[in-house]
Structures are given as structure tokens and as C-alpha cells.
Design a protein around this ligand. Structure first.
Ligand code: PMP
Length: 376
């Protein structure tokens, strides 16, 4: 989360909320203020709340299915959208089992997922609009086009991959032409790539957006947004989108204070300046010592990808990444007091409380690693 830990403004909002009560099974004013703010940032008018990213993607898919009357779901090879059945298909580590992108077979990730659900989900490679169109046109076993394409505009669990020029525009055009709902899963990209997430950053407008993580500033909160037309299936009661803790007062207080008082234009300028500094410093070390890899990022997000070739999709990530170097770098960071996500496929998120010293410590760990590995 871009707010950092224990931000005093969020802490004060949470304490104030706690004093007033934390559960009424009815919305608080904060949920309206947050929805208005999300509408302003995303130019998407209608929002519903959840408690997690998984719930947000689950609800988005159900809404897309209800709206289109179709059942299949298309996703991107290697992507992660949470732990519910429809998306626990073809995620990291199983590409080889799936075979070629054209193969009409999907593989569940883990036990306990019904085959009938897995069969409704299929995947195509990232950065490949032709494969997407091909699969949309090719009838599934059920003979139906997908209800939706759910994707991260910029995938974040294979380190960080950027869209090639024209890719997202092509995805938008193809999905629109086939009446397929385009869902940008912005659980990670939302509020981090820019104030208005990937939609603002890349200028491509999906039909629906899912949010979580940074939105709650450390509290469990997710959201799903869409046009009035698509969200009408919730409004008219045909999709039951509910939950005891949906829009819970603590999460909403954290989101309200984050959006109105913490994630200001200055905050984004701060993290972007630090991100440029960090990416530049990492690339300098990689170049200087000839380590196989590169650093890139956008907004508050970035990474060092240790790979012989540039990674453009899950397959090239699997084929080229150097897992030994990644593991070693994680340890070099850890031993120098820099704690990054234990899952080494993840990107970094800079926060409003990070400083130049903090990002320099990360680059300096990379320098130590490169120097130790350099031939004597
Ligand atoms: N979508 C994306 C893109 C994610 O990265 C994640 C979590 N890593 C999720 C959905 C699921 O979110 P949660 O863990 O809050 O259920």
C-alpha cells in the first residue's frame, strides 16, 4: 500500500470511527464520499464494496455473467485474481501443463475446484491481442463467447510487465466488438500506477474495475465499479451483491482519509520521484556489473527482473527469469534491513513515507550483490 504503515491521518480517522461504532449493517457516509472520489478518479459512476480483492473479482465476474447472459470467463496466462473457483485456473506454475495458448483445456490451481467451473475459464497470453480475438471467436465447448475478459492492465505477479504499445487499445476494441465485458483488475494497479490507476495511466477505458489493497490503507476493503448500464443488474436486484462486512465502517474510514487526505497529487509526485531514482540506480548497477536483468516501473510500482531476455508475458517470464538471483537478492535486502515481499515474483510499492535513504538502501543491496558476484 502506498500509504505506508500506521499513517497518522488514517490512524486518527480509524480512532474517530471506532468511537462512533463499527458495525451497523447499513452504509456510513464515508462509503458515499469514497464512491464519489472513485467516480472522479476512474470516471466510472457506480461502485459496490467488498472486503477483499477476491470478493471484488468474484462479484465483477458474476455481474458480467448476469449482464451478458454468458458463462465463460477469459483471463491471461499466469495472472492471479484471487482465490475463488472461477479464477483459480491457469495461474503461475502450471503453464506447461496447459500447453499451447490454443489448447481448449484449463487446469485448476489446487484441489477442491469443480471441473465444471474450471471448464468455463480459459486463458490467453498477455501482450497478444490476436490470440485473444482468436479465442473469443473460437466457440468454447459450451459454444459461447466469454462474458468477460478479466485482466491486469499491467500484470504484477510476474514481476511487473508493461503493455506493449497498442495492446490495451486492441483489447478494448476486440472486447467491445464482441460484446465481452472488459474488467481491469486494479487490485494492485489501482491507486498505485496513478491516482486513477491503470485507467488513468494508460488511457484505456474498461467496462468494470476491481480495487482492493491500497484502497483500504491496511484494512480489509475491496470495490467493484462499472457503468450504470452494467451495474443495473445489481440495482434491479438480479445480482445479489451483499456481505455482512461489505463497506464496513473501519475500512471506509481508512479509504476516505486515504483518498481525501493522504493520496494527494503531492503524494504521487513524491513516490514517482523516488521510483525514478530507484529504477535508475538499479539499472546503473545492473549495467555496470553486467548482471542479467533490468529495472522498470510506473507510479509507485517497480521491480528488478532478473532475466536474460525482456519479459513480455508469462511464458517468457518462466523461460528467462533467474530464480537463484532473485532469491539471493531477497536475502541481500533482508540482511541489510530491507524487507520486501517474501514472494519474489512480486513488484515493489513505494509509499508516501519512504525516503531517498530507503530507496538508496535497496539499490545499495543490489550493488553489494553484484559486487560479490563479479569475477575477482
Ligand atoms: N487481484 C489481484 C491482481 C491480486 O494481486 C490479488 C492479490 N494478490 C487479488 C486479486 C486478490 O486479492 P485478495 O488477496 O485481497 O483477495
Amino acid at each position: 500500500m502506498i500509504q505506508g504503515h500506521a499513517h497518522p491521518v488514517i490512524g486518527a480517522a480509524i480512532r474517530e470511527r471506532y468511537e462512533k461504532g463499527t458495525h451497523f449493517a447499513a452504509p456510513t457516509e464515508d462509503s458515499v464520499v469514497v464512491a464519489e472520489e472513485l467516480k472522479r478518479r476512474w470516471q466510472i459512476p457506480q461502485w459496490r464494496y467488498t472486503n477483499s480483492g477476491s470478493e471484488a473479482t468474484m462479484d465483477a465476474i458474476r455481474i458480467a455473467r448476469a449482464y451478458t447472459g454468458r458463462e465463460p470467463v477469459m483471463k491471461i496466462f499466469g495472472s492471479y485474481h484471487g482465490h475463488h473457483d472461477s479464477v483459480m485456473v491457469s495461474i503461475a506454475g502450471e503453464y506447461e501443463e496447459i500447453g499451447e495458448p490454443d489448447a481448449l483445456v484449463s487446469v485448476p490451481y489446487g484441489a477442491g475446484i469443480p471441473r465444471s467451473t474450471v471448464d468455463l475459464t480459459f486463458a490467453v497470453p498477455y501482450n497478444d491481442a490476436r490470440s485473444m480475438e482468436h479465442r473469443i471467436e473460437k466457440p468454447t465447448k459450451e459454444g459461447s463467447k466469454p462474458a468477460c475478459v478479466i485482466m491486469e492492465a499491467s500484470p504484477m505477479n510476474m514481476r511487473l510487465i508493461l503493455p506493449e504499445p497498442g495492446y490495451l487499445e486492441a483489447v478494448r476494441e476486440i472486447t467491445e466488438r464482441h460484446g465481452v465485458i472488459l474488467i481491469f483488475d486494479e487490485v494492485k494497479t489501482g491507486l498505485t500506477l496513478a491516482a486513477g490507476g491503470a485507467v488513468e495511466r494508460f488511457g484505456v477505458r474498461p467496462d468494470m474495475v476491481t480495487l482492493a489493497k491500497t484502497l483500504g490503507g491496511g484494512f480489509p476493503l475491496g470495490a467493484v465499479g462499472g457503468s450504470e448500464d452494467v451495474m443495473s443488474v445489481v440495482k434491479d436486484g438480479s445480482v445479489y451483491q451483499v456481505g455482512t462486512y461489505n463497506g464496513n465502517p473501519l475500512g471506509m474510514a481508512a479509504a476516505r482519509s486515504s483518498l481525501t487526505d493522504v493520496l494527494t497529487p503531492d503524494a504521487y509526485r513524491h513516490v514517482e520521484r523516488l521510483n525514478d531514482r530507484l529504477i535508475g540506480a538499479c539499472n546503473k548497477v545492473l549495467d555496470e556489473f553486467g548482471l542479467p536483468g533490468y529495472s522498470l516501473g510506473l507510479g509507485a510500482k517497480g521491480c528488478v527482473t532478473f532475466a536474460a531476455e525482456k519479459v513480455t508475458d508469462y511464458r517468457s517470464f518462466q523461460a528467462n527469469r533467474d530464480t537463484d538471483l532473485s532469491r539471493l537478492f531477497w536475502l541481500y535486502c533482508f540482511n541489510r534491513g530491507v524487507f520486501t515481499a517474501p514472494n519474489r515474483d512480486q513488484e515493489w510499492t513505494l509509499s508516501v513515507t519512504h525516503t531517498e535513504q530507503a530507496v538508496d538502501a535497496y539499490a545499495s543491496a543490489l550493488h553489494d550483490l553484484a559486487a560479490d558476484l563479479a569475477p575477482a
